[in-house]
Design a protein around this ligand. Structure first.
Ligand code: NAD
Ligand code: WQD
Length: 341
């Protein structure tokens, strides 16, 4: 039996492949490499000393999926594949709806056809919108302000409908908070295309002496006038290896329970932008010059998880602290100044 991993070559996918292989699972790594390259999978093999099948395939390509499901004995799908840039999703919403939503519908159709009814789906804390933190899974969702976030919300709704129609399904919708960090080996990590938008890759870019958009050599802190202790936004940063381990726990869960369940993957602790910058500087000894700019549109002051359901349902607790996240990401960036290229 194998676990099919869509989006396996990406940031979270590659780290999850490592944890699954280390646990002795057999995997099939599927990706169309729109935001990644096969070098990450080569390094997954090197880290784990294990081999696995790679399939270059778009999740909207029914004919290829048909072949993959015919040739392999797949028991569970972990579905990471999708486009994920919030800003870009406002510029090309149809591509986001097609890739993320149509792609997921195609995956679900093929799974149904081959009677593979265990699914772990990459959802996001973004579905909580402006609820008050700590975010709990029973809060209302859907008050999302961008097309990317709406794709996650719509897919969650679709998965709930699917379960209602057929109680044989076992679906975990994992709501990630802010994944950062890299594998301890320094061999795999986040490799964004072009100039990144997320805070941590922007910090490491400035720390490496590379400019951001418009040639600026200082980090931009978007707003220091929020109603938080130091005025900057608070987020729940989770080490990508902890996040990957959360998927291993979710595999055990979907193999033993039916139903559809939303589960947060976060630490339950929030850190401000200034706290992250300070911790990065302490952990690495590298200064991160910054300047304060006005607030970024759509940002919320305070977003952190309640990790209680993950603890209760999956037996999952994070182990890696913010300093470790900074140390590991810096090792990856220093060892791979051009990412996988
Ligand atoms: P990523 O871009 O590194 O990985 C996604 C992978 O999916 C890439 O390798 C890409 O090439 C592949 N892909 C995209 N469209 C595809 C398609 N049509 N067919 C086949 N492969 C396709 O992103 P990530 O950070 O690893 O995120 C993984 C998942 O987690 C995504 O669904 C993302 O929306 C979700 N998520 C990410 C974050 C985050 O901050 N990184 C937070 C919450 C949720
Ligand atoms: C974190 C904090 C910014 C850049 C996004 C998506 C979310 C999820 C994770 C996928 C915020 C501040 C940032 C900078 C800054 N992805 N910031 N200067 O916005 O919490 O979440 O990524 O699902 O859906 O919305 O993450 O890393 O962009 O920002 O001050 O140069 O850092 O204002 O408070 P965010 P982020």
């Amino acid at each position: 039996m194998s676990i099919l991993i869509t989006g396996a070559a990406g940031y979270i996918g590659s780290h999850t492949c490592v944890e699954l292989l280390n646990r002795g699972e057999d995997i099939i790594a599927l990706d169309n490499y729109v935001n990644s390259c096969s070098e990450s999978l080569k390094r997954v093999k090197e880290i784990t000393g294990r081999s696995f099948k790679e399939e270059e395939c778009d999740i909207r390509d029914m004919a290829k999926l048909e072949r993959i499901f015919t040739e392999n004995d797949i028991d569970t799908v972990i579905h990471f594949a999708g486009l994920k840039a919030v800003g870009e999703s406002c510029v090309i919403p149809l591509e986001y709806y097609d890739n993320n939503i149509s792609g997921t519908v195609t995956m679900l159709e093929i799974m149904k056809k081959y009677n593979v009814k265990r699914l772990i789906f990459s959802s996001s804390a973004t579905v909580y919108g402006d609820n008050k933190s700590p975010m709990t899974e029973d809060m209302p969702t859907g008050n999302v302000t961008n097309p990317y976030g709406r794709t996650k919300f719509f897919i969650e709704e679709m998965l709930k409908d699917l379960y209602v129609s057929d109680n044989d399904w076992s679906i975990a919708m994992l709501r990630y908070f802010n994944p950062i960090g890299a594998h301890e080996s320094g061999r795999i990590g986040e490799d964004p295309n072009g100039i990144p938008n997320n805070l941590m890759p922007r910090i490491t870019r400035i720390a490496s002496g590379k400019p951001l958009d418009g040639g600026q050599t200082e980090l931009t802190v978007y707003g220091d006038d929020y109603d938080t202790p130091d005025g900057t936004c608070i987020r729940d940063y989770i080490h990508v290896v902890d996040l990957a381990i959360g998927h291993v726990k979710a595999i055990d869960y979907v193999r033993n329970h039916r139903g559809v369940n939303a589960i947060n993957l976060g630490t339950g602790k929030g850190y401000s932008v200034f706290e992250l910058i300070n911790t990065f500087e302490e952990a690495t000894g590298v200064k991160v010059p910054y300047k304060i700019l006005p607030r970024r549109m759509g940002d919320l002051a305070d977003v952190y998880s309640s990790p209680e359901k993950a603890k209760k349902v999956l037996g999952f607790e994070t182990e890696r602290d913010l300093k470790k996240m900074c140390e590991d990401v810096w090792r990856w960036v220093k060892n791979n100044p051009n990412g996988y290229k």
